[in-house]
Design a protein around this ligand. Structure first.
Ligand SMILES: [Zn+2]
Length: 56
């Protein structure tokens, strides 16, 4: 579960023509997301969701 960096509310994933984004149900914050490969604590690469600033 992802939480809003602004208000700690719940982020829901949604999709539009610009791509996948996360939307906060509490404050309406929009964040583009991308899946990146990041090393886990075991050294394996795992898919991790990264929040990006959404361009207006
Ligand atoms: Zn929020």
């Amino acid at each position: 579960m992802m939480t809003c960096p602004k208000c700690s509310g719940t982020l829901y994933l949604d999709q539009d023509s610009f791509g996948t984004f996360a939307k906060c149900v509490q404050c309406g914050l929009l964040k583009d997301i991308s899946l990146v490969n990041a090393p886990s604590s075991h050294g394996n690469l795992v898919k991790t969701v990264k929040l990006l600033s959404r361009k207006a």
